[in-house]
Design a protein around this ligand. Structure first.
Ligand code: DQA
Length: 149
C-alpha cells in the first residue's frame, strides 16, 4: 500500500484570531474551523494534512524549508507578509510541489497595498475572496495536479 500524499497548509500572522478579528471581513469561522474544513477536503481527496499557523515571517520560511521535499502540494495564506516578504517569496521559489496562494478576503476590493503580492509570481495559482472555501478549492486543485504526477 502506498502512503497518501501530504498537503501542507501554512497560515501567517493574525490568522490565529480568525472568528474574533474583523468578522465582517474574515467571517466567523475560527482557525480550528478552518483546520476542519481543510481536513475534510484532504480526507475527500485521499491526502494527508499538515496544517500550521505562525505569526512570524521566519517561521513561515522555516516551515517551507522543512516541508519542501516531503509535500505533494502547498497552500499558503501568508496574510500581511504577502504584501511585504521577499524572504517568503524566495523560499516558495524553491518549492517544486504545486503551490496555491489563498486569501480569505478579496484583497483587490480593499486597501490598494493589499492588491500587490510578492508571492503570486512564484506560485501556481491564486484564490482570493472565497473565504474558507478558498482553501477547499486550493486542496482540490492540488489533488488534481498531484494525480497528474
Ligand atoms: C489575508 C489578506 C491580507 O491582506 C491580510 O493582511 C490578512 C489576511 C486574507 O486571508 O484575506 O491577514 O491574507
Amino acid at each position: 500500500m502506498t502512503t497518501p500524499s501530504l498537503v501542507a497548509v501554512l497560515n501567517g500572522p493574525n490568522l490565529n484570531l480568525l472568528g474574533e478579528r474583523q468578522p465582517e471581513v474574515y467571517g466567523h469561522e475560527t482557525l480550528d474551523d478552518l483546520r476542519d474544513v481543510c481536513r475534510r477536503a484532504t480526507d475527500r481527496a485521499g491526502l494527508l494534512l499538515d496544517f500550521r499557523q505562525t505569526n512570524h515571517e521566519g517561521g513561515l520560511v522555516d516551515a517551507i524549508h522543512e516541508l519542501r521535499h516531503t509535500i505533494s502540494g502547498l497552500v499558503i495564506n501568508a496574510a500581511a507578509y504577502t504584501h511585504t516578504s521577499v524572504a517568503i517569496r524566495d523560499a516558495l521559489a524553491v518549492v517544486t510541489a504545486p503551490t496555491i496562494e489563498v486569501h480569505l478576503s478579496n484583497v483587490h476590493r480593499r486597501e490598494p497595498f493589499r492588491g500587490h503580492s510578492y508571492l503570486s509570481a512564484v506560485v501556481d495559482g491564486v484564490i482570493v475572496g472565497c473565504g474558507t472555501q478558498g482553501y477547499e478549492l486550493a486542496i482540490a486543485r492540488i489533488a488534481r495536479l498531484a494525480a497528474r504526477g
